[in-house]
Design a protein around this ligand. Sequence first.
Ligand code: B16
Ligand code: MG
Length: 217
Amino acid sequence: SIKAVIFDLDGVITDTAEYHFLAWKKLADDLDVPFDREFNEKLKGIGRMESLELILEKSGKTFSVEEKERLASRKNEHYRTLIQRITPDDLLPGIRGFIKEIKKEGIVTGLASASKNAPFVIKRLKIEDLLDTVVDATKVEKGKPDPEIFLTATKQLGVEPAKCVGVEDAKAGVQAIKRAGMFAVGIGDQNTLSEADWIVSAPAELSLHELYQRYQN
Ligand code: B16
Ligand code: MG
């Protein structure tokens, strides 16, 4: 049976994607690079430097490693300013109830986020005590779709991957969960997340009862 559930942050627990969008948009405007919401979709679940590379590709210019680092920290400063305003009201509907429900059953929980700001965000959301372990981008070498971040979380929880469930909103994240040998729950679009074992359109649709049924089949 299920022993652990490991959650992604952005798009699953809260919608930090909007703040990432605003911060990237500001940087792109300064650089005169076109940037819109459609393009922003490509950056979901992808690390900070990889996201910057995708944006800079559109500028037609080349940048030194130092310049790239400076641009990435500029984006992060915008982002840090924006996330100061996060409160527990920014939890996505239904997610707190779902985490509480699984913890009541004795199932342990974890966070696996590509964001280096994840510890700060969960503190602002006041959900630190609902998560038994937190793995963010500072703790791993390879980003999603590599399974490292999810495998690190399972190790820290002391549970074998086959008894773990991962919850993700990004394609790269679902792939990371599957490569880790876990059961994957996708939140979002059926076509994008087709590799997931169970797909719901929003966190509010998650229920432990249904998860058990899907997991057993
Ligand atoms: P940072 P997740 C990811 O979070 C975001 O989806 C992605 O858009 C962002 O670039 C990445 O974190 C890195 O964030 O710049 O704060 O380190 O979905 O893995 O929780
Ligand atoms: Mg995500």
